[in-house]
Design a protein. Structure first.
Length: 243
């Protein structure tokens, strides 16, 4: 589609939804307010700016929405169009591994949606992010505000995309680091997740910039038995037995 027509259609869609229509109005506007097909346009974003926003966003609507809203508000401002139709709290449900169920880490869930909206290769992009997430000592972001401003914080390797596993592994390491028990419901653990939200938001933008502007092509990861998680986390088996 021609870019001008795309933006025109997109703008119509976005504006139609942004004015707060009632249900019958939305239903009758069917067609007129139809969202353009994916992927939607992406412009180069500043990972540092997005990270700062995501850090604050965590303390408003948790991890998943923190990543999502930090990036979407930038795209709303710089691209507009269909992005304007997305409610800023729509990913709040993802907090704590989906409403506290400890499943997929909310930061990954929020980022996955952004990849789906903006990349044809969204699945391998998600693979690259999850693989980085579960093998890297995190969080690396250090805030310039808040109760732990500029203070270093313990990092942990999650070995898993799961919220429960990621949080508990960090709590264990933090307990040794601070020399006192750091439980999952502590302020320190919240701060860790806020920093993680900022760290993952920045990484997501780095990957998007690389994909859209630097020719980066993500490599797909093949799963076993329908999962790409590290099997040894829950099963007492060696990788050799599994392959
Ligand atoms: C987060 C934990 C977790 C991870 C990670 C995980 N599994 Fe599982 N898996 C389970 C659970 C729980 C069951 C169900 C066990 C049961 O009910 O006996 C299961 C069941 C299975 C079964 C069926 C076993 C049976 O006896 O019927 C297979 C096969 C399996 N997993 C393979 C894998 C492989 C391969 C990987 C890695 C790519 C993997 N799993 C990663 C938790 C996990």
């Amino acid at each position: 589609m021609e870019r001008r027509k795309f933006l025109k259609d997109a703008l119509k869609a976005g504006v139609g939804m942004a004015v707060g229509l009632t249900i019958p109005e939305v239903a009758s506007a069917k067609g007129a307010g139809k969202a353009p097909p994916l992927p939607w346009p992406y412009v180069k974003l500043d990972p540092k700016k997005v990270a700062d926003k995501a850090y604050r966003g965590y303390y408003e609507h948790e991890c998943c929405d923190g990543v999502f809203a930090a990036i979407i508000t930038e795209l709303q401002e710089k691209v507009g169009g269909p992005y304007l139709g997305l409610p800023l709290t729509m990913m709040w449900y993802g907090g704590g591994g989906v409403a506290g169920w400890g499943t997929i880490c909310g930061t990954l869930n929020g980022a996955a949606l952004i990849f789906n909206l903006t990349c044809k290769d969204f699945k391998p992009m998600i693979d690259v992010l999850c693989e980085w997430y579960q093998t890297t000592p995190l969080p690396t972001y250090v805030p310039c505000e808040g109760p732990y401003c500029k203070k270093p914080f313990p990092k942990s390797v999650s070995h898993s995309p799961l919220c429960h596993v990621s949080v508990q592994r960090w709590c264990k390491i933090a307990t040794v680091y601070f020399g006192e028990t750091v439980p999952y419901n502590s302020k320190k653990r919240s701060e860790r997740c806020a920093r993680l939200t900022a760290t993952v938001a920045a990484k997501t933008v780095e990957l998007l910039n690389a994909y859209h502007f630097e020719g980066f092509r993500p490599k797909k990861i093949k799963g076993k038995q329908k999962t790409k998680m590290d099997c040894r986390l829950c099963h007492e088996v060696t990788m050799k037995e599994l392959s």
